[in-house]
Design a protein around this ligand. Structure first.
Ligand code: ADP
Ligand code: MG
Length: 357
């Protein structure tokens, strides 16, 4: 404790743990990074299992491209990524979920982390263990193709952080929220979630959003969902609702019947170019499309993916990458509102409001 006001240089280990804390806030942030890595690795199956809300254990297993021994040794170092090589790649727009090359390193700095991985077509696997930032084991192992990463004792060496974790149920709710959003964004990937040995949900990976919604939210919610797909219906057909001019190239997904709503925003799941984001702009635009069919502070079930040119949206706003900044937020909001409103009108679920300009 420096109470005399002396300015000191922090030691490397302290700096590292502080930096790791920026990426890893709670179990759900670990899950997010690992699931994104699995999706970036072309997995068709991602299985997530957590113990005690993730506080005692997190395991993410995939059938993706895997890593060689040399690759996995590199992957746990600081600022190592196979996804971009320089700032120009970043400026050109990233298509992978990860790109900072800091997640595995950061997670390893504040936990005990084990990676078991085998490249596709590779004849052997590697098991690598990191404890509090130190690589303690690298050995050959028999394992299936793909990658399994297991985290034990998150924040064992950052007791202050550990103390601030919430009850298991609360931490698990964040994990569930996260895994759900990735399952819905990737209906072609079989995503499963398990808590303390019990399955929470499992999608089939069959590829259609409707069945992913069914697996995740159940039949009552899934049956009343309405498709939002401007421009995709009949060419020249009178029923075609074209997306008004604006920054978005497309808005696609499902929104619920107005009566299927909750007092929580967490069922409004939005993506930008397939990337899960939280955006008050988009959420408010969706809600406004329902008009007075939705009571104040009630939210519909929504799964919407917005597509727009990568250079008109900044996903690099925050280290946890959940926020986005649109070059033209008002234009985005207007198009989203119009697309959702058209879908609801088409199904007769709202009445026509004042005509749009
Ligand atoms: P980033 O995702 O930003 O590249 P990470 O620290 O999350 O950084 O991962 C570092 C690297 O490790 C990745 O670029 C990738 O090459 C490799 N990697 C991580 N997870 C997996 C996985 N599940 N399957 C294959 N490779 C992986
Ligand atoms: Mg990553």
């Amino acid at each position: 404790m420096s109470e005399d006001g002396t300015i000191r240089e922090l030691d490397g280990q302290t700096v590292e743990r502080i930096a790791a804390g920026e990426v890893v806030e709670r179990p759900a942030s670990v899950v997010k990074e690992l699931v994104e890595n699995s999706l970036d690795a072309d997995a068709s199956r991602v299985a997530v299992a957590v113990e005690s809300g993730g506080k005692d254990g997190i395991r993410v297993s995939d059938d993706g491209i895997g890593m060689t021994e040399a690759e996995v040794r590199k992957a746990v170092q600081e600022h190592t990524t196979s996804k971009i090589s320089d700032i120009e790649d970043l400026e050109a727009g990233v298509t992978t979920l990860g790109f900072r090359g800091e997640a595995l390193h950061a997670i390893g700095a504040v936990s005990r982390l084990t990676v078991e991985t085998r490249p596709r077509g590779g004849d052997r696997g590697t098991r690598l263990r990191v404890e509090g930032g130190e690589v303690t084991t690298v050995e050959p192992t028999g394992c299936p193709e793909g990658t399994t990463i297991e985290i034990e004792d998150l924040f064992f060496n950052v007791p202050a952080r550990r103390k601030y974790l919430k009850q298991d149920g609360t931490e698990f709710a964040h994990v569930n929220d996260l895994v759900t959003s990735y399952a819905l964004a990737n209906p072609e990937v079989a995503v499963s979630l398990e808590h303390d040995g019990r399955e929470t949900f499992a999608t089939t990976g069959q590829g259609d959003l409707q069945s992913a919604v069914l697996s995740v939210y159940g039949r009552d919610v899934a049956k009343g969902m309405v498709a939002v797909d401007p421009g995709e219906r009949g060419d020249g057909d009178d029923e075609t609702d074209d997306l008004p001019e604006g920054p978005l190239d497309g808005v696609a997904g499902l929104v619920s019947h107005p009566e299927t709503n909750r007092a929580s925003r967490e069922y409004v799941t939005t993506y930008v170019n397939g990337r899960y984001v939280r955006s008050a702009t988009v959420r408010d635009a969706v809600v406004s499309a329902y008009g007075n069919q939705l009571a104040p502070d009630r939210y519909p079930f929504v799964v919407l993916d917005l597509s727009l040119p990568a250079d008109t949206v900044d996903v690099n706003v925050h280290p946890r990458k959940m926020e986005v900044r649109f070059a033209d937020a008002e234009g985005v909001a207007e198009q989203v509102r119009a697309a959702v409103e058209d879908a609801l009108l088409r199904e007769g679920l709202i009445r026509s409001s004042a005509p749009r300009g």
